[in-house]
Structures are given as C-alpha cells and as structure tokens.
Design a protein around this ligand. Sequence first.
Ligand SMILES: Cc1cc2nc3c(=O)[nH]c(=O)nc-3n(C[C@H](O)[C@H](O)[C@H](O)COP(=O)(O)OP(=O)(O)OC[C@H]3O[C@@H](n4cnc5c(N)ncnc54)[C@H](O)[C@@H]3O)c2cc1C
Length: 453
Amino acid sequence: MALRFVIIGGGPAGNTAATHAARLGATVTVIERDVIGGAAHLWDCIPSKTMIATGGAMSFTRRIQGMGLEQQVAEIDNDALAERIAGIKDRLQSGTTRLLHSQGVTMIAGFARFKSPNDIVVETKTGLVELTADKILIATGTRPRIPDWCQPDGERILTTRDCYPPKEFPEHITVIGSGVTGVEFVHMFSSFGAKVTLVVSRQQVLPGKDGDAAALLEEDFLRRGVKLLKGARATEIERTDEGVTVRCDDGRVVYSSHAVLAIGSVPNSDGLALDAAGVETDRSGYIEINRHCQSNVAHIYAAGDVSGKLPLSSVASMQGRKVAEHAMGLQTVAHRHLDYDKAASAIFTEPEIADVGLAEAEAFSLGRKIRVTKVPFSGTPKALINNDSRGFVKILSDPATGVVLGGSIVGRHAAELISVIALAVTANLKVTDIVESLLVHPALAEAIAEAAE
Ligand SMILES: Cc1cc2nc3c(=O)[nH]c(=O)nc-3n(C[C@H](O)[C@H](O)[C@H](O)COP(=O)(O)OP(=O)(O)OC[C@H]3O[C@@H](n4cnc5c(N)ncnc54)[C@H](O)[C@@H]3O)c2cc1C
C-alpha cells in the first residue's frame, strides 16, 4: 500500500510537499481551511508585492521628468486595484490547485486537528471527516501578532491583512514596527502619496540587516517626507472621531487617520490539539524541528513559518520539498540539508534591499576574517541609463580562498540580482568565478562582477 501522507495547510510549505510526495508515490491529502496557496497568496507575499508594484508605478510618474518626459501624476482607483490583486491571487491559486489535482492529491476544505498521533479530524462545512496517516506534515503558518494594548477594527486600526487595499486610502498612516514588513508598508503607502509616520523602537530601521542598506533606506524615507519616530515603542492605539491616536512609551503622541501594526506573527499551532499527538512546541508555540523537519514525534513533520525558522515563502517551499523526500525515504549520502544561513531574502522598498549568506556585522561579531568589497551603482552605465544610480553591491569573501560567503545589494532590481551571489554562496563559488563570467553589457549585474574583482 502507498504511504498515506496527510498535510495540514495548503501554503507554500504544504503544497510543495504535496506535489513532491505525490510524484514520489505517496497517497497525499491536503487539508486547508482558507485557500490553497495559503497566507502567502491571500495576505502576504503576493498582495503586498502587487500593491508595492502599483505604488511604485505611481511614484515613478512623479520622477519621470529627469528622463525627458513631462510629468503626469497618476491617481488611485481603489476598485481597480482590489480587482487586480484578486485577479493575480485567483490565477495563482487556480494554478496551484490544478497542479495538485494533476498529481492526484486529494484536497479537503476544513479545519484540521489531531485525534491521536496518526489520526486527524477535519471540520468541514458538511460535517466531520476522519483520516488516518502514516506521515503527517504540519504546515499551518502564522498570523499577525495583535498586542493586548490594541484592538484592530479593519477600518482605521489595521493589521497587514486589512491593507490590500484598505477600505479607505489613508491620508496619514502610522506604521508600528520597523522590521521588513514595517518598512515595506512605509514604502507602499508613501508611494501612493500618503503621509507616513514610522514608529522605530531602536535607533535604526531594519534591526539585524546591513547597516549601510538601512541608512540608505532611511535617506529615501526622509526624501519622501516620512517622519521617523526613533527610540519609541507604541503602547496604546485609540480610535477617535478624526482617526487614531498612537501613544508611545516615551510620552510622544502621533495623530493620524490610520495606523497599521507590523510587529510580527504568532504560529497557528493552537487549535491543532497537538497534545493528542504528543507534539511539542517552544514557549511561543512554534513547533521545534530537527534538520529533517521532524518534530519530537518522528512521523510528524513541521515546515514553513510554524516551524519558527526563517519566515520566507522560499524557505517554506524548500522545507516542504525536503520533508517529502525524507518522508518517502529519499535520503541519500549526497542529500543536501537545508542551510538556512544561505537563504536569500529581499525587502521590496525603493531602493530594493537584498542579501544572502554571511552579513558584515555577523562576521565581525564572530571575529571571522573576511574581505569586503563594495561598489556603488553610480559608476554602472545601466544605472545611469535608468536614471537611478542609488545603491551598491557588497560582496563578502574568504580572504584566503576567495570563496564567496555572502553579499548584499541595494538598488533597482536588487531582489533579482542577488540570485547571482546566492548561487555563488550555495555552490561555494569563488569571486574569480563571478569575475570571469561573461555578463551582459549594459546591465546592473556588471556591478556584481566589479565588486567581485
Ligand atoms: C506582509 C507579508 C509579506 C510577505 N512577503 C513575503 C515575500 O515577499 N517573500 C517571501 O518569501 N515571504 C514573504 N512573507 C512570508 C511568507 O508569507 C511566509 O513565509 C509564507 O506564507 C509561509 O508559508 P507557510 O506554508 O508556512 O504558511 P502559510 O502561507 O501561512 O499557509 C498556511 C496555511 O495553513 C492553513 N491552516 C492553518 N491552520 C489550519 C488548520 N488547523 N487546518 C487547515 N488549514 C490550516 C492556513 O489557512 C494557511 O492557508 C511575507 C509575510 C508577510 C506577513
């Protein structure tokens, strides 16, 4: 009999595991309470990047003068924008559903919980469905964290999920949280022409990211008129007749039309009745996993955001793939374990910020000897042609061997360009391998080759 593999959650982790396990011969069932594609399609990656792309087009119309054109300022059409976001989501969702169908995966719409280590109960619209599995994957993701000092209402006090697009476009929005999601929302709303105030709990945005990149982003925010409230923690948000009042721990108060919370996530592990399966979580509710993504119960895996590793769609998908291989016994000597330290990530601001592998600050704190080369885009012909020479490429390498250890790129198309350095980091390539690649001219990637010199 084929292995019975049940997957809870149809996001990137769940649906990738499902297609791979089915291809490898398992009988696969995916249980999803919302939509196949998961929060990634419904609330996170796709809608946020769609909004950012439209906002980017709008802000571009304010900058075209430098390119020898007359300035035209675009206006927001909220209904058309909502339709565009829904259209992209539907297309991706039906593509993923078709793929699962084509692999013979069974999909059940409903909310799953454990009955025992091998038995799952699903609450569906038409009643309870019971399933027995040989292997189970928990891929239930996370949801926005709501602190006890704030009650989002979906109108003025928003979570990130209320913004695609918001019911009413904010005239002035206060963004709480200056991590990746917070700065992307600052960029998004300011691109649409809203006045933005950002509450930054530390002295710089993007804690833990490349300091040069964070400084460049702050410069862009200030150029756009974004107000940065540094060293402040929001402690209260209150809805008033005119909008919202945000109070901070240092006594500062911000009055704005809207506020959005971007202060992290909590895992969707409650409600799964994990006790019935004996699966343990850490104190925050994330399911602890080993390098094969197994929980403390060997036949129960966890992947994606609920596993508390890097909260990235790309990482979730790769974990799903590795889970399928492990569950189907495809572990060979040559098997490559997932190396979370080598994951590329990007922040979709303007300029874009992308990085991979070892960071400069991390290398210094480890006392590790590295060679750092940094090349600004200002000398790159394609950047001048694009009328946008902001940003730089930075490459970190081992001074003894020349092996590329990491890098960061700030500038236009950084999220695409970082792939070159990501490949070098994953494949242990040397800086000379990049230098000797015959690249396109004129192209922004020439700055990468120059930084590798
Ligand atoms: C605003 C925002 C923007 C982001 N942008 C990016 C980006 O640009 N690039 C990137 O790589 N990452 C991005 N991320 C992160 C990315 O969205 C997540 O890493 C990714 O969605 C994780 O995938 P997952 O499969 O773990 O979970 P999810 O995509 O959250 O899917 C989990 C699914 O499980 C379902 N589920 C939960 N509990 C149950 C249950 N008991 N029964 C049945 N179904 C259940 C949920 O309905 C959900 O559909 C962003 C995150 C946010 C918040």
